[in-house]
Design a protein around this ligand. Structure first.
Ligand code: 6GU
Length: 246
């Protein structure tokens, strides 16, 4: 996969080269290019924002520099990339969208600062490319750079060969399968007792059937307590089939 990011804070995207993503680059699964939006500004102050038409607080990012940047970056490859525009007014970023994006060969991220980008820029590129405006949650950040790191990590870890153990995202919370729509339950490692707290006996039993049943029960309990909305959303009987399999 190739990922391009255009930002006025390229340094903010340095973590894309670390940890899991850095490994993915080293192993040839991922190619990352970060571009400074100001390269495509036209005046001597490298202006990329201006006051909003209609008045109001804050500044709006100008369509001009973004249009030149996206023409150069998105037009530089063999095919068309998928454009991802992080914004608190976007549709919620979910594991489902992460899976969808992980199947794409090329993503171009356009994180905005200030009050967002001139609407005409979004309309122009939504007409030319597949474009997703996405939010990472119901809170407001100062810009889309941190969301790019979040989205890129969620997507890249799904690429074949990137996670050491291919099974490690099989029972992720929100991954499809037996644990679909459930939060993960507790996990333990050695020692078997720490500060007087033992690991639950069942995990030491070697009975894989009982262990799977117990893990699923723990996941159901935790979900009911912390995210009852997930159980509500799944609907009545949603867990029965997987339950019968255990
Ligand atoms: Cl994608 N951008 C900003 N600025 N704030 C956010 C967000 C995105 N998602 C949640 N809050």
């Amino acid at each position: 996969m190739r990922i391009d990011v255009v930002s006025i804070f390229p340094a903010y995207l340095e973590p894309l080269k670390l940890s899991l993503l850095g490994k993915a680059i080293e192993r040839g699964h991922l190619d990352v290019h970060v571009h400074d939006l100001r390269r495509w500004a036209v005046d001597r102050h490298s202006t990329v924002d201006d006051t909003p038409y209609g008045g109001g607080p804050g500044m709006v990012m100008k369509a001009g520099p973004w249009g030149a940047a996206l023409d150069a970056v998105a037009g530089s490859g063999p095919g068309d990339p998928v454009l991802v525009v992080p914004t608190p007014s976007g549709r919620p970023f979910t594991q489902e969208l992460a899976v969808e994006l992980a199947a794409e060969p090329w993503l171009v991220f356009a994180p905005a600062r200030y009050e967002g980008i001139d609407r005409r820029l979004i309309e122009e590129y939504a007409g030319r490319y597949r474009l997703h405006e996405v939010s990472i949650g119901d809170y407001v950040l100062a810009g889309g750079e941190a969301p790019v790191l979040v989205i890129a990590e969620a997507v890249v870890r799904l690429l074949p060969g990137v996670l050491g153990n291919a099974a490690s995202h099989q029972d992720d919370s929100f991954a499809p399968g037996a644990m679909a729509d459930l939060l993960e339950g507790p996990v333990y490692t050695k020692p078997s007792e720490w500060r007087g707290r033992p690991v639950p006996d069942v995990l030491l039993s070697g009975d894989h059937g009982r262990i799977a049943r117990w893990r699923r029960d723990q996941a159901l309990r935790r979900t009911a307590e912390i995210r009852p909305d997930l159980i509500e959303r799944a609907g009545p009987g949603a867990y029965d089939k997987a339950d019968r399999a255990l």
